[in-house]
Design a protein around this ligand. Structure first.
Ligand code: PLP
Length: 389
């Protein structure tokens, strides 16, 4: 195993988090460790931090994506979902698994989110939702995008798995959509080892998600009226075992929630370090060699973003060799490794990328490098020196 001078993430889960877990497990009476009061406490604390009314802890960000898309199919039916090709694979698979149709729209260099003109052109009478990804801590929202959703009566779903604490117009992203999804995987802003959250202000959506998190069981709903009306429609079924639609078990455990509660108390202070690091990094990155014109207002990032200006494979290979030589860990292609449309299962569907020039460039000529609390200016200067040379 390579040991890195500069890994992608460092010390995300700390001794004090583990101590909190040990304290929890050292109670005289060992609590039931499956989804229970600690999960609810974490959901409440998360809602207080983010500002959303209803929050549902699940076992991964990918599960949050899938549950969201299944709940949409249940509530408003299957239809077209607009996704960026720059995202994580679960934003794609969740759409497919729920029976929706994928519509890819290219991104832009300014905020790594949808190209607005192409987005407008992609909307049809069958568009159900725009599934936006805030890429690596960069706010992907704009007034125009929100207007497009409102004027066309299209739901906005925010994937905030890479952007906990990023803001748009002073408000945390994840508050603008009908629902938002977060990941607490180790490499993200905070970790529950594995874990994710669905946040929303919509009561009905929340109730459906509660059922779908647990095999589809309606007894998980906290709305008695919703539960009762489903029971009345199904008098032949035991109300304890009514399954809304085919679903999964996406629950997490009390242990993960205890770590989440412990991590959440440190999130803001860690994020402010990340923001300082990121702003410093972007201010020193050579604008002649790299795209430094990204709109970083409101950023909150666990990774430094590096996008080469030239379409030059020799330069790309040189750069990667230098990073390897200096044991700086990196990932090419930003979120999810670049153009999702190039994945093997799409080869027969998509092969003409003329309309996707930005993601194509990002696919070949971009990287992310770790940005975590505890990095000194010397650490960051070391990375910059390698890149700028
Ligand atoms: C944008 C985005 N969505 C979803 C996910 C999935 O999260 P998880 O790894 O917790 O399943 C990730 C993971 O990195 C991600 O970056």
């Amino acid at each position: 195993m390579i040991s890195f001078n500069h890994p992608l993430m460092n010390n995300n889960i700390e001794k004090e988090d583990i101590q909190n877990l040990i304290d929890f497990l050292s109670q005289d009476e060992i609590p039931k460790l499956t989804n229970g009061p600690k999960v609810m406490e974490f959901e409440k604390a998360w809602g207080d931090w983010l500002g959303t009314q209803y929050n549902l802890f699940v076992n991964s960000g990918a599960s949050a994506n899938e549950l969201t898309m299944l709940a949409l199919a249940h509530l408003i039916g299957e239809g077209e979902i607009i996704v960026p090709p720059l995202t994580w694979i679960s934003d794609i698979s969740s759409v497919l698994f729920a029976g929706h149709k994928l519509v890819f729209v290219d991104v832009n260099f300014e905020n790594l989110s949808f190209d607005i003109e192409k987005l407008k052109a992609a909307i049809t009478s069958d568009t159900k939702a725009i599934f936006l990804t805030h890429v690596l801590g960069i706010n992907g929202l704009s007034e125009e995008l929100l207007e497009i959703c409102e004027n066309n009566n299209i739901l906005l779903i925010e994937d905030v798995c890479e952007s906990h604490g990023t803001t748009f117009q002073g408000c945390k992203v994840g508050n603008f959509g009908f629902a938002s999804n977060f990941s607490f995987y180790f490499a993200h802003h905070m970790s529950t080892i594995e874990g994710g959250m669905i946040s929303t202000n919509n009561w009905e959506f929340y109730q459906v998600c509660r059922a779908l998190r647990s095999h589809g069981m309606t007894r998980e709903m906290t709305s008695l009226s919703m539960r009762d009306s489903i029971a009345l429609e199904n008098p032949d079924l035991n109300p304890d075992f009514i399954f809304l639609r085919p679903a999964h078990n996406f629950r997490s455990t009390e242990l993960n929630a205890v770590i989440g509660l412990s991590q959440l108390t440190k999130l803001d202070s860690k994020n402010s370090e990340r923001i300082n690091n990121f702003n410093y990094f972007m201010s020193k990155l050579d604008p002649n060699k790299y795209h430094t014109d990204i709109n970083i207002e409101g950023n909150c990032n666990y990774a430094f973003i590096v996008i080469l200006k030239d379409n030059d494979f020799d330069k790309r290979n040189d750069l990667e060799n230098k990073l390897r030589e200096n044991r700086i860990e990196f990932r090419r292609g930003l979120s999810g490794g670049g153009n999702q449309m190039r994945q093997p299962f799409f080869k027969s569907l998509y092969n003409n990328f003329e309309n996707y020039s930005v993601i194509e460039h990002i696919h070949n000529f971009s990287w992310y490098i770790g940005n975590y609390p505890g990095l000194s200016r010397d650490n960051i200067d070391f990375v910059l020196e390698v890149l700028n040379a």
